[in-house]
Design a protein around this ligand. Structure first.
Ligand code: MD6
Ligand code: FE
Length: 225
């Protein structure tokens, strides 16, 4: 599927980076990578993110298995995703402060809605946005996003900052994975029959982004309830 207004491949001969593939990809029957889709929103996303983080700072949570995640997490929206020794769950309040999670900014909603629509899921209204910070070396093991109450809505994942190699697998952990490089501004949407596919992120390589420095920020929007 080619989105209207898709950027053609351009080679900037003056850029010192390897040119990034600017081509949208379909990575499953109901899964898409939209290159640079978030770029028009970035100028508004970053200050909104800063405001969220003053209320709900990044923290490294502990999984039920007792392992401290290398990815630091925060959340905004009606529900936030947390993990502790008891398990994974969505909560209305931040366990660290006892306060409600910060409200989801309009620009976050607008971006998630537009990306879901481009993937064929009209009228997506996420009630949870998980915010992840990856520093070089951080990774996310293969997993399914399955703590939501239903799976009729997609997951919308926005990448900002330094690049990552996203792994997109099948319905069994042992299924082959496809490697999808993700760059600043890219958005991945998976839903419908692909909603429960295993996915993960390979260890982040050392790099520096002009706006975000040595980090990758990822937003994943879901409908938790
Ligand atoms: C990504 N993140 O960072 C994809 N899932 O590109 C995830 O799949 C994810 O970062 C659950 C919890 C945190 C995550
Ligand atoms: Fe996930």
């Amino acid at each position: 599927m080619q989105r209207k207004g898709t950027t053609p491949v351009t080679l900037d001969l003056f850029a010192d980076e390897t040119p990034q593939p600017a081509i949208d990809e379909q990575i499953g029957p109901q899964s898409f990578v939209f290159r640079g889709f978030a770029l028009p929103f970035v100028e508004q996303l970053l200050p909104a993110l800063e405001a969220i983080l003053t209320q709900a700072p990044f923290r490294n949570m502990v999984t039920p298995g007792g392992y401290t995640m290398s990815v630091a997490l925060s959340s905004c929206g009606e529900f936030g995703w947390t993990t502790d020794s008891q398990g994974y769950k969505y909560t209305r309040t931040d366990p660290q402060t006892g306060q409600s999670w910060p409200e989801m900014p309009e620009v976050f909603l607008a971006l998630a809605r537009a990306a879901a629509e481009a993937a064929g899921f009209a009228d997506f209204i996420p009630d949870a946005c998980l915010i992840n910070r990856y520093i070089p070396g951080a990774k996310m093991s293969l997993h399914q996003d399955k703590d939501e109450r239903g799976y009729q809505w997609p997951v919308v994942s926005v990448s900002l900052g330094i690049p990552a190699m996203f792994l997109f697998g099948g319905h069994a952990r042992s299924d082959a994975t496809r490697r999808v490089p993700l760059f600043h501004g890219d958005v991945v949407v998976w839903g419908g029959e692909d909603r429960l596919r295993y996915h993960g992120v390979m260890p982040i390589k050392q790099a520096e982004h002009p706006q975000l420095g040595e980090q990758r920020i990822n937003f994943t929007f879901r409908k938790a309830r």
